[in-house]
Design a binder for this molecule. Sequence first.
Ligand SMILES: [Zn+2]
Ligand SMILES: [Zn+2]
Ligand SMILES: [Zn+2]
Length: 272
Amino acid sequence: MMRWTLLGSGTSTGVPAIGCRCSVCLSSHPRNKRTRCSLWIQHQDRSFLIDTSVDLRQQALREGVERVDAVLFTHAHADHIYGLDEIRSYNFIQKTAIPCYGSGETLAGVKRAFSYIFSEAPSESAKPQMTAFPIAGPFSLFGLPVQPIPLLHGRMEVLGYRFGPAAYLTDCNHIPESSRAMLQGLDLLVVSAIGTRPHATHFNLDEALEVIRQLAPRRAFLTHLSHHFDYEKFPPSLPESVALAYDGLRIEIPLSGEETEAVAAHLLGRSR
Ligand SMILES: [Zn+2]
Ligand SMILES: [Zn+2]
Ligand SMILES: [Zn+2]
């Protein structure tokens, strides 16, 4: 069994957006409060983060994220990485460096943004202890097979991730054909949909629904949501298998030993 918890389901500004007086930003409904996008994965006794959102501290306190064994980055935009300094708290508890994974380009972006973390220079103050591993293809995360999924976010190449029968694709507006082949037979798809209007770097609602129709996962959730989505009212026409994500959404994903081994064998075959 693998458990996913959506730590944040909001677009880069969060919802409410600072200074906005729209009905969603003024709504008191808890599911209209969206922190910045991130996913927490628990598998066996391990705990992984997809991205370190700028809201990581409050997300970790809210959901009880008490250890982090690895961080996987999708890309180096501010909303997805600016909580990285909070990893210090896990270093204090776990007393070990924490591996982080991402494409070479993403890790370079993280290192530019957090030069003090990756600097060799001695520091008087505590800083996060991280070890960066560039992703070259499928790999195993403490026994959990991981399939990185190349995507386009405007002109920027980003990574989505597939873990067994579940995939998480945020910040994208194009899925290359070669990546679609890696997204067949899904039980669960979490995909970003920023709003209802056309957008230069993100799928909007119609485009995300078309992706879901084509990939045909058993169930799907939309994330990276802006204030265009009122959880209470919108959108009435979603297909039955699709729902809006919300902060704190928990999803249990059955992952039989057999399934894990089959996926691992498949991934190893592919990586050769
Ligand atoms: Zn984002
Ligand atoms: Zn608003
Ligand atoms: Zn982005």
